[in-house]
Ligand binder design. Structure first.
Ligand code: GUN
Ligand code: ZN
Length: 438
């Protein structure tokens, strides 16, 4: 497509590096322009700087959009989410295994219908953009058509997305089991979608209880064949799940060893949850460059437990932040950070707003191996960003007026903001969501 240059004046914030865990961000970790100018060209960021400096270099007649009073950040990234579970969010009162059987599996059966998959793909992407999320790593159902629909809708909007068809060949309703087709369908989807425009394929065995060792071995073979693929699954979320895995794999030294044996633990592997890990598992994940997706609102909703960020840090194990819809209660990155803060408080591990917003942007991009393309407002990056309105509601406006520093303002947003504070969401250099149009 042919993009005209776009010029945006407003407050700009981007993270060049991990700000660390102190109250003040590490020197050089943030790029902040209180009165900044962002110059987009061809769907990418061409230049960023102080308005006064950069404005002198603009072509004659440049039409500068005035977003003063708003805060522009890189688009939020959600490292683990199930688009097929959008309609079962907020289903009452069960822990993981009952919740899967009572709500999740029946819901996922509906994605046999390609039309339903398309409708839900559209609804899900609308919600993501409304929440300021421009990239996610997404589970479909076990039906390949669920991923054809998702990638097709993502591509039509020019979004950078990772996704995969769930592989599951046991311990679930027959309508969801893919048997030996699981591998062939995955290969077909990889051939059709992986690396096309901004899309990437994530091989997706659901979790050890619903895949045979043979299916997980086959998933591992796909990864060995093509190092550019991602992998996503679940690990150590819930105590009942741990007991079940121990029963199903009696000779395995622990849960992670099941995945290690199949060759699923590598630098592009995301393991959702990791609430119940020991130091051996953390260190083995770290040694292989794999990471955990921390899903705080989901862990609170299903009563799964409190993710130990400090232990992860000590073991050198990376982790990302994720909504895990439909068990998560909030598609919004603000909501994920608010829950992460609450989990942190219960563990005496407070989360600064610097850490939080770094994680949602550059941090998640880096850990997902997407930082060459997204996560920062720097020249040559793809132009995916969110325009935040800190005065979106009367309450938020009152609270923001009290703030005397950027750190305080970010913290207030992390706790109080929701999709109402997302004024616009841009992806691929185009405005994809405008709050006041909806
Ligand atoms: N473990 C296996 N499948 C799922 C799922 O769909 N959601 C969550 N939260 N955990 C899982
Ligand atoms: Zn999940």
């Amino acid at each position: 497509t042919n993009h005209a240059d776009v010029f945006i004046r407003g407050e700009l914030l981007s993270f060049a590096a991990d700000p660390g865990h102190n109250d003040r961000p590490a020197p050089g970790s943030i790029e902040h322009h209180e009165d900044g100018l962002l110059w987009l060209k061809g769907g990418h960021i061409h230049a960023i700087g102080h308005y006064e400096h950069l404005v002198t270099t603009l072509p004659p007649g440049a039409d500068v959009r005035d977003y003063r009073g708003k805060l522009v950040m890189p688009g939020f990234i959600d490292s683990h989410v199930h688009y097929v579970q959008l309609d079962i969010m907020a289903s009452y009162g069960r822990q993981l295994l009952d919740w899967l059987n009572e709500y999740t599996f029946p819901e996922e059966c509906r994605f046999q219908d390609a039309e339903h998959a398309q409708t839900l793909s559209q609804a899900f992407l609308d919600e993501m953009l409304r929440a300021g999320t421009t990239t996610a790593q997404v589970f479909g159902s076990s039906h390949p058509a669920s991923i054809d629909a998702f990638f097709s809708e993502s591509r039509a909007r020019g979004l950078r997305m990772l996704a995969g068809k769930v592989m599951m060949d046991r311990n679930a309703p027959n309508a969801l089991l893919d048997g030996t087709r699981g591998v062939a369908d995955t290969e077909r989807l990889i051939a059709d979608w992986h690396g096309r425009d901004r899309l990437g394929y994530s091989v997706t065995p659901r979790f050890a209880p619903t895949s045979t060792a043979a299916q997980m071995d086959a998933a591992g073979a796909l990864l060995r064949n093509d190092e550019s693929l991602w992998l996503q699954t679940h690990l150590a979320e819930n105590k009942g799940e741990l007991a079940w895995v121990a029963e199903l794999f009696p000779s395995s030294r622990d849960y992670l060893a099941v995945y290690e044996k199949a060759g699923l633990v590598g630098p592009k592997s995301t393991f959702a949850h990791g609430v119940h890990l020991d130091d051996s598992m953390r260190k083995r994940l770290a040694a292989n460059g794999a990471h955990i997706a921390f899903c705080p609102s989901s862990n609170l909703f299903l009563g799964s437990g409190l993710f130990d960020r400090e232990a992860a840090h000590r073991a050198g194990m990376a982790f990302t932040y994720a909504s895990d819809i439909g068990a998560g209660t909030d598609l919004s990155g603000f909501g994920t950070l608010k829950s992460a803060y609450q989990v942190g408080q219960l563990c005496q591990q407070p989360l600064t707003a610097w850490q939080g917003f770094y994680a949602l942007t550059h941090g998640n991009a880096r850990t997902l191996s997407l930082d060459h393309a997204i996560g920062q407002l720097t020249p040559s990056m793809e132009a995916d960003f969110v325009v935040i309105d800190p005065h979106a509601t009367p309450l938020l406006a009152r609270r923001i007026e009290r703030c005397t520093s950027l750190g305080e303002k970010l913290f207030a947003l992390m706790i109080l903001a929701d999709d109402r504070a997302v004024f616009e969401t841009w992806a691929n250099g185009e405005c994809q969501h405008r709050r006041d149009d909806h």
